[in-house]
Every structure is written in structure tokens, then in C-alpha cells.
Ligand binder design. Structure first.
Ligand code: WT7
Length: 668
């Protein structure tokens, strides 16, 4: 992390300073507290039990085929092993055992398609379907340890595919359906996937939208490790077909045998790889394994959301392509036997009340969503949710980025009848499960703060030298002790794992976030301190987008910053120096050059290289970029421009007139 970025995080921190004097507190009602899953005593229990706290959770929350003999092996730190010697099957725990316990007729998934089609799948049915998928995947030659790429829309087959892989010990790698064919191919290559599971398409904003074509493009050169493509029929549009490679789900899985016995896999057997953006151009394959991950998913889902599986209806509005969808659509809820809602589409199709219509229809009692969605709904106006009966809601969750106090208050007042606890949950793809969050029946919540590390989690805020900061000060968020769901590494790159997370501070995991402790010792997250941006709760790296831009023949150089955005938290703003014909054309037009054409082309180019979410909100054509004497781009100054601020200190620039040129140029 550079000093430059640290400084810019600090200035964000200053802007947030006033939040830290937030006086409002919202304790749970007496009734909520009395009936809550998690009681105040849990913090003391975890503190006195140490890692045995997690051993107890592992045994209480999961059914082990073979019990473990050791809780934690940290002798090869930072490579952790949890619940050593144990054997456990993720799919058996999420499915079969609920059926065996007599809960087979409970609804596992309430699926709501964007066009309004519905599917209600019970635990018994879901178990059968996962067994069929497991048989099919095995018949395609996929063995324990092989990788399977899952590139699906938000349909039940996404959950079924993940659990089918987990059942046979194949490692799934879900790729967000909004990613481009290039991004998909990079991930397939890095994971060396043998099988891709996809769909003909999905529905987006009322229209069929294709998906399989991206798989065809990704595999067009015939040179990948992929042997088969399994295709779910979703939107009935015609697709290209490669004989011998492609298979229809409904001709294979749907007719496969429903007999499949789950065997326990080693506690440290890889469960999945999920790619996420880091500070360099190449996404990292975050590796999660079985026993520890499942334990912390189940524990946090039950305690943070106060889950009562017999009566609650739980809806996590994330996409399965992100870690939130892994831990809190698939694993956590199904391990706990919850009834979930799964929605395929966008929140404004066919109207802006769609979410609240779904809450009313399914009597959703727990809703887990991102601040960017809440802010969008705020913008649409509170008369929209007011048309629906939201009285079933009793816990609201927030995830993905800091939630600003206005959005928090709106969420509670308008959606939560001014009464529901809100849990602001901080975690990451790497942490696997929630790390910092209020407990809804215990914590007096403060609007905008994740506040307290969960029981059994040792989080701290430290200064540059790794010392804990006193209350009332800011620094860097670290984790001091290994935790069950922690990443076990970066796929194929153990060195990068050590370097990225364990080299900044000795013996501590560095999360990449800035944080402060308020006067009560509560933790406030202040955003990333590295080159990672957070757009609508999705991670993108500045370098990843810069690489995409310079791969275009019209771009000589580029610098990307995340600028504060009212709705999406941050938005991508790119500065580019043109070259070749495009540069000549703009230069020939002189001072008032019209750059709209090249800008539109570059936006589309980024969309094609990475995916629509990465398209810059703004691309500014400039003639120079601000650099230090050592040649490092000073993004802090560009951020000032992107956020319409007075440009900060330029004294370390190699050429201090560059910022003048940029601001003058942009004013025209
Ligand atoms: C980054 C991780 C965790 C699943 C979704 C994102 C930011 C996440 C919060 C929160 C403030 C948050 C952090 C973190 N973040 N939750 N409640 N308050 N910031 O997972 O893509 O791995 O991103 O999201 O900056 O480092 P991810």
C-alpha cells in the first residue's frame, strides 16, 4: 500500500469524522432480546473457551461423518488447518440430514423469476435434484478435486450445481453471470476447469438475455481445459450447439438417478475457489475449504440473523456470483435448514416496488441487502414501499460497503417499521463469513457502524507500526487470530497469499480497510486503503480497469480512481491519454474537441473486457497524468478532480503544473 493511498483514505476518514459522534443508539426491544438466538453471555463464553468455542460450534451445527481430533493447526502460519481429522459432507449437511430429521416437506427455495414464474422447492426435492446433478457431473468424468466453473443466472440450478459439486468433492468456481467471456475464460484457465455449467440465458429488465453465447466465445479457440458444457434451459432462446461438448441439463440431470450417497470429505478438502479483484490486474482465486468454512457460515447465519428455521423466511438479495451468495444464499441458510427466497431479476422490473412485493408475497422475515440497493430505493421514494405490507420483516442486514447513517435510518424507519434491528455486517471474500457485526438481540446498534467483532473473532484497529490504536482514533483493520472460515490461500499462488495479507503487519491478517474506534471502542469501517474500489458493493481494482483501457489501441496511458457516488458508494472515473488516430483526431479539433465518440467506445471496451459493472461512469481525456518523481501516478489528486474538490498538495509531483493543465483542460 502506498503512502499516497493511505493519505486519501485518511481524507475520507476526516469526512466521516462527524459520523463518529453519532449519538443515536438502537437497542433491541425487550421482547426481541428475550427470544434471541444469541445472548449477551456468548462474548464471555467465546473469550474463555478460545478456539474450543469454534470446536463446540462445529459439533453443534454440523453432522460429522468422522469427528475431528484437533481444532486448529497454526504451525505453518499463515496456512491454517481447522478441525483436523474430521470428515464432513457439505451437501449432506445442507440437505439429506434435514430430510432425515423429518423436515423434507419444508420449503428450501422459494424461487421468483423475473417474468413472475415461481418454483417452490422443498428440502426433499432439492436433495433429489442435487443427487441427480451429482450423478450427472460424475458421469461426465468429473472427480473429487476437479474444478467446475458455474456461470449461471440467479436460478435454483445455481444452488443445485454448487451443492452437487460439494457433494462429490469437486471444487466449484462460480463466475458472476455479468462478467464478460474474456473474464470467464481467464477464470476457467486459472482454475483449469473441466466442466462449465451455464444456461441458455436469463431475463433482464423484462427481456430474455443470453448467457451461453459468452461461454461459446470463451471456449471458441478449442484450447481450454473444458471438456463439457452443461446447459440449463431458462429462457428458451435458440443457442449455438457444439456436439459432443454441450449437454442439456433437462436431458441429463433431470433424468439421472436420485440415488447418491454422500461421503464425508476431509475437513480441509477444497470446497470452492472464488475470484476477486486485488490490487493488481489479475484477479485472485480465493480458496475456501470445507469444515471451518461451513462452521462459521452456519454459526454466523444463525446468530447474526437470529434465525428460527421453522418460522423464518430469509431473503439475501445478493447474486450467487459473489461471496455473499455463497455464504448467505447457499451454505449458511441451507446448513441451518432455512426457507430462502431467491429472486432472478432487477429491483425495478416490472416496477420499482418489486422487492417489497416479494417481501409481502413470501412474508420475508429476514432481509439481507447492500447499501447501494437501499440508497436506490431511497431515491425512488418511500411511497413505493408504503404500498406493501412489510410487517413480516423482523431483522434487516446490510453488507458490502459502509452504510451511511441516512440510509441506515431510512432502512429501519421505512422498511423496518421503525423497530427491526439492523445488522451491518463487515466481512470479505477472503474472510468467508461475517467477522464484525452487531448481534441483533444484544447490541445497541449505531447507525453506520459494524461495531463489534463476533464472538470468537479477534479483530483490531492498528497504526502504521501495528500497535492497537486507542479509542477515538483511526488506523488499519487487522485480524489477530486465525478464524475458521479464513481463506486457505490464493489458488496456485501461495506466495501472493503471504505477500498480500500477511506481510504488512507481523503475524496479523491485513484486510485492506481503514477503520476507527469510537469513544466506546466500537469499530467503524472507513473503506479501502489500497487500489481496490467498491462499486455497489462489488470489488474492482483500479489496475484491472487500467489494464483493460490500455489494451485498447486508442489509449496510451490511463489512471482509474473510485470517486464517491451517492448511489453506488463509489463509481469508476478514468483518466486517459489517447494515442494514434484517436489522439490525432482530438488534437486536430483543438481546444473544444469532442471526445464523446472515443469515450463511448472505451466504455464499451471495458464492458467487454471485464463486464458491464466495470464500465467507467466517466472517462476524461487528458494530455498528462500527475506522477511523482519515481513515476507513480498520484491517484489522490485525480480523485480530487473526480469528486469536484480543490486539488490537494501537489508538491511531490515531478511536474507540478500537470494538475493545472488537467483542471484547466476539463473546465473547457
Ligand atoms: C470489502 C470486501 C462481504 C461480502 C461482500 C463484499 C467492504 C464489506 C462492509 C461493511 C464497510 C464493508 C470492505 C471489504 N465491506 N462489508 N459492512 N461495512 N465495508 O465482499 O467483494 O470481498 O469486498 O467490502 O471494504 O474489504 P468483497
Amino acid at each position: 500500500m502506498s503512502q499516497d493511498n493511505a493519505t486519501s483514505a485518511q481524507s475520507n476518514g476526516d469526512a466521516l469524522e462527524n459520523l463518529l459522534h453519532e449519538g443515536r443508539q438502537f437497542p433491541p426491544s425487550d421482547e426481541f432480546a428475550a427470544n434471541a438466538v444469541a445472548k449477551p453471555s456468548v462474548y464471555d463464553e467465546a473469550a474463555s473457551e478460545g478456539t474450543e468455542f469454534w470446536a463446540r460450534q462445529a459439533r453443534e451445527l454440523l453432522s460429522w461423518e468422522q469427528d475431528f481430533t484437533q481444532t486448529l493447526d497454526w504451525s505453518e502460519a499463515p496456512f491454517a488447518k481447522w478441525f483436523i481429522g474430521g470428515k464432513v459432507n457439505a451437501a449432506y449437511n445442507a440437505l439429506d440430514r434435514h430430510v432425515e430429521a423429518g423436515n423434507g416437506s419444508r420449503v428450501a427455495i422459494n424461487f421468483e423469476g423475473e417474468p413472475g414464474d415461481v418454483r417452490r422447492i422443498t428440502y426433499a426435492e432439492l436433495t433429489d435434484q442435487v443427487k441427480q446433478a451429482a450423478n450427472t457431473i460424475e458421469s461426465l468424468g468429473v472427480k473429487k478435486g476437479d474444478r467446475v466453473a458455474i456461470y449461471l443466472p440467479m436460478i435454483p440450478e445455481a444452488v443445485i450445481s454448487m451443492l452437487a459439486c460439494a457433494r462429490i468433492g469437486a471444487v466449484h468456481s462460480v463466475v458472476f453471470g455479468g462478467f464478460s467471456s474474456d473474464a470467464l475464460r481467464n477464470r476457467i484457465d486459472d482454475a483449469e476447469a473441466k466442466l462449465v455449467i451455464t444456461a441458455d440465458g436469463t431475463y433482464r429488465r423484462g427481456k430474455p438475455s443470453p448467457l451461453k453465447n459468452a461461454v461459446d466465445d470463451a471456449l471458441a479457440d478449442g484450447n481450454s481445459t473444458v471438456e463439457h458444457v452443461l446447459v440449463v434451459k431458462r429462457n428458451e432462446e435458440t443457442v449455438e450447439w457444439t456436439e459432443g461438448r454441450d449437454l442439456w441439463w433437462d436431458k441429463t440431470v433431470a433424468t439421472a438417478s436420485k440415488d447418491h450417497t454422500a461421503v464425508g470429505h476431509d475437513s480441509e478438502h477444497p470446497l470452492y475457489v472464488l475470484y476477486t479483484s486485488g490490487t493488481t490486474g489479475k484477479p485472485k482465486g480465493i480458496l475456501h475449504t470445507t469444515g471451518g468454512y461451513l462452521t462459521q457460515c452456519a454459526y454466523t447465519h444463525k446468530n447474526v440473523f437470529d434465525l428460527k428455521p421453522e418460522t423464518d423466511v430469509y431473503w439475501c438479495a445478493a447474486d450467487i456470483g459473489w461471496v455473499t451468495g455463497h455464504s448467505y444464499i447457499t451454505y449458511g441458510p441451507l446448513l441451518n435448514g432455512a426457507s430462502i427466497v431467491m429472486y432472478e431479476g432487477t429491483p425495478d422490473t416490472p416496477h420499482q416496488g418489486r422487492w417489497w412485493e416479494i417481501v409481502e408475497k413470501y412474508k420475508v422475515s429476514i432481509l439481507y441487502a447492500a447499501p447501494t440497493a437501499i440508497r436506490t430505493m431511497m431515491k425512488w421514494g418511500e411511497d413505493i414501499p408504503a404500498k406493501y405490507n412489510l410487517s413480516s420483516l423482523r431483522v434487516l442486514g446490510s453488507v458490502g460497503e459502509p452504510i451511511n447513517p441516512e440510509a441506515w435510518m431510512w432502512y429501519r424507519r421505512v422498511i423496518g417499521s421503525d423497530a427491526t434491528p439492523i445488522v451491518d455486517t463487515w466481512w470479505q471474500t477472503e474472510t468467508g463469513a461475517i467477522m464484525i457485526s452487531p448481534l441483533p438481540g444484544v447490541t445497541a446498534a449505531k447507525p453506520g457502524a459494524a461495531q463489534v467483532p463476533l464472538p470468537g473473532i479477534n479483530v483490531d484497529v492498528v497504526d502504521e507500526s501495528g500497535e492497537s490504536v486507542p479509542n477515538g482514533s483511526g488506523g488499519y483493520l487487522v485480524v489477530r487470530e486465525p478464524w475458521p472460515a479464513m481463506l486457505r490461500g490464493i489458488w496456485g499462488d501461495p506466495e501472493r497469499y503471504k505477500e498480500t495479507y500477511w506481510s504488512r503487519f507481523k503475524d496479523m491478517y491485513f484486510a485492506g480497510d481503514g477503520a476507527k474506534r469510537d469513544e466506546d471502542g466500537d469499530i467503524w469501517l472507513l473503506g479501502r486503503v489500497d487500489d481496490v474500489m467498491n462499486i455497489s458493493g462489488h470489488r474492482l481494482s483500479t489496475t484491472e480497469i487500467e489494464s483493460a483501457l490500455v489494451s485498447h489501441p486508442s489509449v496510451a496511458e490511463s489512471a482509474v480512481v473510485g470517486a464517491t457516488d451517492e448511489t453506488t458508494g463509489q463509481a469508476v472515473v478514468a483518466f486517459v491519454i489517447l494515442r494514434g488516430e484517436a489522439a490525432e483526431k482530438v488534437a486536430a479539433q483543438g481546444e473544444d474537441a469532442d471526445t464523446s465518440e472515443v469515450v463511448a467506445e472505451l466504455r464499451n471496451h471495458v464492458g467487454k473486457e471485464i463486464g458491464p459493472i466495470a464500465k467507467p461512469r466517466q472517462i476524461l481525456v487528458v494530455s498528462e497524468l500527475p506522477k511523482t518523481r519515481s513515476g507513480k501516478i498520484m491517484r489522490r489528486l485525480l480523485k480530487d478532480v473526480a469528486e469536484n474538490r480543490e486539488v490537494g498538495d501537489v508538491s511531490t509531483l515531478a511536474d507540478s503544473s500537470v494538475m493545472n493543465q488537467i483542471t484547466q483542460g476539463l473546465k473547457k
